[in-house]
Design a protein around this ligand. Structure first.
Ligand SMILES: *Cc1c(COP(=O)(O)O)cnc(C)c1O
Length: 467
């Protein structure tokens, strides 16, 4: 039976546990939520690593035949089972038809990415001509910055989060240097308030309002990789553009995770990778977006033959007939094997919707949050017992599926214990665990199992710390 829509997580858990006559923390609740989950069939379409196959697992602690508890889709999504067949098809075509494969058979290489861009545009809320699939993420960020970041003496800053993903930080830093400016002066890093972990929208908007005249580009992430905070991209875009800045987003942790409306929000440019929530495999084909309002005014700084109009590209007359918008930014012919894995994944996305994924995701992550608070909040009677503070905003509108858990203890050892038991998640020294229940393939039972294991390893580590 479907759950009524529009309930909060707490209301849902209360409803389900009342129906079952058990406590909200009971495993029965997880199983019931899984039975009602319309997205449940997707899990079967992925390879979930077996505990026994993970080099880090210890078979004296975990059942090797079992699937591992995979909560690392924010780092690398699982492999869709269909990828192998898509790649094999192209290998066969290459073997049998050689160079003719460019124009014949399934997914002709000469325009292999075209059909994918349609599906990709749907996921990021863009028009097809606003999206290009090409290169890697950092490469795309550089290509976009080359066209959008044109600093002048008066307007030379790039505004970004103080702890942006390292690659983004380095990319921006080197772009500033490339233009002959000094990152010390032109890189405007915005930290959270003292004692806070995430940025307040009002503070971001305030800096833009006060310093906007000297900011050339506002370059934020959509979802912050470390804290899991989902930024209000529409408000940031509006504020930046009102002050005459270009506004771009790195959507690496947002794409496939939250609903994006890049076109409707008026975002100037964006880029993302495809191997996190889009499950296209390590180093998969990355995405780029340029809003069509820019028409011909934003041109690529660097060009190649793949940016040439398709119809006349192969005339090879060396007269550039540039495709408009982001499609003119393409440089090289596409890596076919990467097109295959992304294609297999996007086919799956096109059989559901970001709204449906998000609906489940809110409940799944809310459920994780609920159980953590229930079992691992600080106990005033025993303040030294290990406990967890959630860094990620508690407002579902300000986060995607990931929760970043800050432990009251160093967690290096505990993390190893989790790995031995076949839990895949991500640790950031010294005490933060990033956990991502992905709505496409994670279940409520996964979350329940994670909480149990966390209880086990925390009990074990507080024993060993006492000893
Ligand atoms: C994952 C991630 C990257 C990785 O960059 P690649 O070019 O794909 O290696 C960069 N930036 C952000 C924000 C990321 O989340």
């Amino acid at each position: 039976m479907e759950l009524p829509r529009g309930l909060t997580t707490t209301e849902t858990l209360r409803l389900v546990s009342a129906q079952l006559g058990c406590s909200p923390a009971s495993r029965q609740v997880a199983d019931d939520l899984d039975r009602r989950d319309e997205l449940r069939p997707f899990r079967e379409k992925f390879y979930v690593p077996k505990v026994a196959d993970l080099p880090s697992s210890d078979l004296s602690l975990a059942d090797g035949a079992e699937e591992c508890l995979y909560l690392a889709g924010n780092s690398l999504g699982l492999q869709p089972k269909a990828v192998g067949a898509h790649i094999e098809e192209q290998l066969q075509k290459w073997a049998k038809t050689g160079v003719q494969g460019h124009m014949v058979g399934p997914r002709p290489w000469a325009y292999a990415e075209d059909e994918l861009e349609e599906a990709m545009a749907g996921i990021v809320g863009a028009h097809r001509e606003e999206v290009a699939l090409m290169n890697g993420l950092t490469v795309n960020l550089h290509l976009l910055m080359l066209s959008f970041y044109k600093p002048t003496a008066a307007r030379h800053k790039v505004l970004l989060e103080s702890k942006a993903f390292p690659s983004d930080h380095y990319a921006v830093e080197s772009q500033i240097r490339l233009r002959g400016f000094d990152p010390e002066e032109s890189m405007r890093l915005l930290p959270p308030r003292t004692g806070e972990e995430t940025l307040r929208t009002e503070d971001i908007l305030d800096v833009i309002e006060k310093e906007g005249d000297s900011i050339a580009v506002v370059m934020f992430s959509g979802v912050q990789y470390y804290t899991g905070q989902l930024f209000n991209m529409a408000a940031i875009a509006r504020a930046g553009q009102r002050k005459g800045c270009y506004v771009g987003f790195d959507c690496a942790h947002a794409v496939g995770n939250v609903e994006l409306k890049l076109h409707a929000w008026g975002v100037d440019f964006a880029c993302w990778c495809s191997y996190k929530y889009l499950n296209a495999g390590a180093g998969g084909l990355a995405g780029a977006f340029i809003h069509r309002k820019h028409g011909d005014s934003i041109k690529p700084a660097l060009t190649g033959w793949w940016g040439h109009e398709f119809k006349t590209r192969f005339k090879m007359d060396n007269v550039m007939d540039l495709r408009p918008g982001v499609h003119g930014f393409r440089l090289s012919n596409q890596p076919t094997l990467l097109v295959c894995s992304l294609g297999a994944s996007l086919e799956m996305f096109s059989t559901t919707s970001m709204q449906a994924l998000r609906r489940k995701s809110r409940l799944l992550t809310g459920y994780l949050e609920h159980l953590i608070q229930l079992h691992f909040s600080q106990d005033p009677a025993r303040p030294h017992k290990p406990h967890i503070r959630i860094i990620t905003p508690s407002d579902p509108e300000q986060r995607g599926c990931q929760l970043s858990l800050c432990f009251s203890i160093h967690i290096g050892e505990m993390f190893q214990e989790l790995e031995k038991r076949g839990v895949a998640c991500d640790m950031r020294e010294p005490s933060v665990l990033r956990v991502a229940p992905v709505p496409l393939y994670n279940s409520f039972a996964d979350v329940h199992r994670f909480i149990q294991m966390l209880g086990e390893v925390l009990a074990a580590s507080s024993q060993s710390q006492k000893a």
